[in-house]
Ligand binder design. Structure first.
Ligand code: GDP
Ligand code: MG
Length: 181
């Protein structure tokens, strides 16, 4: 965590399989926009959002991938100095839930935090809107159980498309990141 004048700068990285909605969640949160397609951006590494938490001015610096998550090859700069890691899966896609273990391990290996068991993670189950929930394959109970096995990671369910619970999830992320002081 760095200080920027009187603001606290928090680096947040977002991980998860390609297609789960990582870029959509960030765009909805920061720009209040949802698009069907995003071009893989080259060069622009992060977006920022300013907020106030308990009288503290906080800048969330949220890092997105440019599609390299397909190859699990995110560079060292991506992981360096992260204050919180947001893991995202798609509630309609079992594989994206099963890969969470890999992302969780990969983060700890690459970022190598001082106290791995205390490092703040947040889990987001996205795309709850799809087909009114009829195509859902991972229950909230199962997701919460997984969070329990990783030291009680906070869990949020969102729809980036319908803008459901997105602000709440990132507010939770900011609180978690601040707790890493
Ligand atoms: P990323 O690869 O994890 O960054 O995923 P994207 O943000 O690029 O999203 C992949 C696809 O899923 C795009 O077509 C999005 O429009 C779509 N998508 C993302 N979030 C949602 C959501 O909450 N609901 C629905 N129905 N589609 C979504
Ligand atoms: Mg993306």
């Amino acid at each position: 965590m760095e200080s920027l004048k009187n603001r606290t700068l928090l680096k947040v990285i977002v991980l998860g399989d390609s297609g789960v909605g990582k870029t959509s969640l960030m765009n909805q949160y920061v720009y209040k926009k949802f698009n069907r397609q995003y071009k893989a951006t080259i060069g622009a590494d992060f977006v920022t959002k300013e907020l106030h938490i308990e009288d503290k001015a906080v800048t969330l610096q949220i890092w997105d991938t440019a599609g390299q998550e397909r190859f699990h090859s995110l560079g060292a700069a991506f992981y360096r100095g992260a204050d919180c890691c947001v893991l995202v899966y798609d509630v309609n896609n079992l594989k994206s839930f099963e890969t969470l273990n890999t992302w969780h391990m990969e983060f700890l290996k690459q970022a190598n935090p001082v106290e791995p068991e205390k490092f703040p993670f947040v889990l987001i189950g996205n795309k709850t809107d799809v087909d009114g929930g009829n195509t859902r394959v991972v229950s909230d109970k199962r997701a919460v159980e997984w969070c329990g096995t990783k030291g009680n990671i906070p869990y949020y369910e969102t729809s980036a498309k319908e803008n459901i619970n997105v602000d709440e999830a990132f507010l939770g992320v900011a609180h978690k990141a601040l707790s890493n002081e």
